[in-house]
Design a protein. Structure first.
Length: 625
């Protein structure tokens, strides 16, 4: 019998668990019971799709037994069992890539619980056990197998005998030490309390022999006896009335279902009776799941029919922009043996999905209006998804989502809604102004913003890649058009005398600007005097559908560098540098070329764009010095 090694990352993670890095060791029981319940669910689902398989609910349960003398705790289920290959796949690899790094990155944070988040639930057993044995027999198989491991050094798998289908896990509980009390996990009252605390809503009976007392009829003294008892209530939490439940009940259910390692930021418990009736509990997480913005993330709600699981992640129930929502839907109007293909065209499911979308939106608006700090916390975690929802599908959902958006305000120094921005607009202000860039600090110093700030207009700072794309799709809000501070036309009325002076300056320096344009070639569209600059000598502006910031984002996403913004180089004719520029234009053509290139490179740096030729830029600086 060959001993096999765990995968390298799994071994490191298992090492952490064995060495007691997690303080809340008691959750191992929750994890193993949840796995047992899942195994029975899988058996039931198999029976729904195969008429040759019978499922009598009375025959399915989870049994917990304690052997104090041998320090063994056994969790037994009558679920679907595992084949040899499934033992290898499920118990030979603890988690996906990334879990070890996640723990390392968050090692200094308190209460980081990655159990159940990365497929490591079974391995929580090693927090309390010296060794673990798994005896299992799969549905439809004649052979049973025994998996054994004493920890990170590896595991063995061998053939064995087992009469009934299901899985039996035997934990060899560690000896207690001065620092750790492991004896409590061999105490029936502790185990019973843990089952009630974490697994009360498991839908199958969790049975356990409980020590009780009764009076002896002859001696009138009390004697102890054992009786098999069902520990959990088995009533799904969503079938209970809201007034029967408290925050702790919802939190326990959230954790038991592995919806997250955090506490839910918002719980939405509601029932609907009508054309389609259903019960639902939805959760908005406090924190962003580690894989939320990756391709690996799977959205979807658990879908039940009359309390029986149909699908673990029904993606049809929620739109992508609300994919952060976790929870369960239970409807008596859905068929138990419905397939995924049928779900996509199921009328009842579409009605449920529409109502759920409306409910989530209403709850988020309520959160924004009544618990603003909570909403800001939510938006910092999941706002990017809302913005993608505005942008995706050619803006089909923008009307639904625009009132949920928030952006950082130059005046408030905090997140504001579009409605709040419009409410505070100046009477003479035509547009909703925004600036795009990679940080608030950089945007706050943008030369292009000087004239906007002088007018005391508010500017929205867009710092996420999707922001400007969403704004472009929106086009306007409450009849107020969006306008970038880098746009050539800012829509600000100028004093007639000032305008005449500007036209006069442009005409007088027409040849100078044309010469600069010739030097820079197709790098820019035009060179002209700036209406917006006060303290800075130069900046870039753009005109058209693609802004400078959008060019940067699109370039980073693709090797195709043909997508370019139409750039204009604006010169501050009131800056001392312009006087120097005029002088060298008349007296020293070589220096004029040098200064032109340096001003262009300076404008690129201000925008956060890469300098096209850093070596040439370095030489030009040296010449200047």
């Amino acid at each position: 019998m060959e001993k096999r090694e765990f995968k390298a990352e799994s071994k490191r993670l298992l090492d952490l668990m064995i060495n007691s890095i997690y303080t809340n060791k008691e959750i191992f029981l929750r994890e193993l019971i949840s796995n047992a319940s899942d195994a029975i669910d899988k058996y039931y689902y198999k029976a729904l799709t195969d008429s040759d398989i019978n499922f009598n609910k009375e025959d399915f349960f989870i049994n917990i037994s304690i052997d104090k003398e041998n320090r063994e705790l056994t969790i037994k289920d009558t679920g679907i069992g595992m084949t040899r290959e499934e033992l290898e796949d499920n118990l030979g690899i603890i988690a996906r890539s990334g879990s070890f790094n996640f723990k390392n990155e968050n090692d200094k944070k308190e209460d980081i619980d990655i159990i159940g988040q990365f497929g490591v639930g079974f391995y929580s057993a090693f927090m309390v056990s010296d060794s673990v044995k798994v005896k299992t027999k799969a549905l439809g198989e004649n052979e049973a197998f025994l998996w054994k491991s004493s920890g990170a050094e590896g595991y063995t798998i061998e053939s064995t005998t087992k009469e009934k289908i299901g899985t039996e896990i035997v934990l060899k509980i560690k000896e207690s030490t001065e620092d750790e009390d492991y004896d409590e996990f061999l105490d029936e009252y502790t185990i019973k309390a843990l089952i009630k605390r974490y697994s009360d809503f498991i839908r199958y009976p969790i049975k356990m022999m409980i020590t009780k007392q009764r009076q002896n009829d002859d001696s009138k003294e009390y004697e102890e006896y054992k009786e098999l008892e069902i520990i959990n209530s088995m009533v799904p939490i969503w079938r209970k009335n809201k007034n029967e439940l408290d925050e702790q009940d919802y939190e326990n259910f959230y954790r038991e279902k592995h919806f997250g390692m955090d506490k839910p930021l918002k719980t939405i418990h509601f029932n609907v009776d009508g054309m389609v009736s259903y019960r639902s509990i939805l959760f908005i997480p406090s924190n962003t799941p580690y894989d939320f913005y990756t391709k690996e993330y799977e959205k979807g709600l658990e879908l039940y029919s009359s309390g029986v699981l149909i699908m673990e992640k029904c993606s049809e129930l929620i739109p992508d922009y609300f994919s952060f929502v976790k929870g369960v839907i239970d409807s008596e109007d859905l068929s138990l043996n419905i397939s995924r293909e049928m779900l996509q065209n199921n009328r009842e499911l579409k009605l449920i999905a529409k109502k759920i979308e409306e409910k989530i939106k209403d709850e988020l608006k309520s959160l924004l209006e009544n618990e603003r700090e909570k909403y800001k916390e939510f938006f910092k975690n999941f706002g990017k998804g809302i913005k993608f929802g505005v942008y995706n599908d050619f803006g089909m959902n923008k009307e639904k989502l625009q009132d949920l958006l928030m952006f950082y305000s130059s005046k408030e120094k905090d997140l504001v809604t579009l409605d709040e921005y419009v409410e505070k607009m100046k009477e003479d202000q035509k547009y909703i102004y925004y600036a795009s860039g990679d940080s608030i600090d950089r945007l706050d110093k943008l030369p292009q913003s000087e004239i906007i700030k002088d007018k005391d207009y508010e500017i929205l700072y867009l710092t996420e890649d999707v922001d400007e794309f969403a704004i472009k799709i929106l086009i306007s809000y409450k009849d107020k058009e969006f306008r970038s501070v880098s746009s050539e036309d800012l829509g600000i009325e100028e004093d007639k005398e000032k305008k005449k002076e500007e036209e006069k300056t442009n005409e007088a320096n027409k040849d100078l600007f044309l010469s600069m344009k010739e030097i820079l070639g197709d790098k820019i569209n035009e060179v002209k005097s700036s209406k917006r600059l006060k303290n800075y000598p130069v900046c870039l502006s753009s005109d058209g559908d693609i802004s400078i910031e959008m060019e940067k984002i699109l370039s980073s996403m693709s090797e195709d560098s043909s997508i370019k913004a139409s750039k204009t180089l604006e010169i501050n004719v009131n800056h001392d540098i312009f006087n120097t520029l005029q002088k060298v234009y008349s007296d020293d053509k070589d220096k004029f070329i040098l200064y032109t290139n340096l001003l262009y490179d300076q404008a690129l740096l201000i925008e956060g764009l890469p300098i096209e030729d850093p070596i040439e830029f370095s030489k030009n600086i040296s010449k200047l010095m």
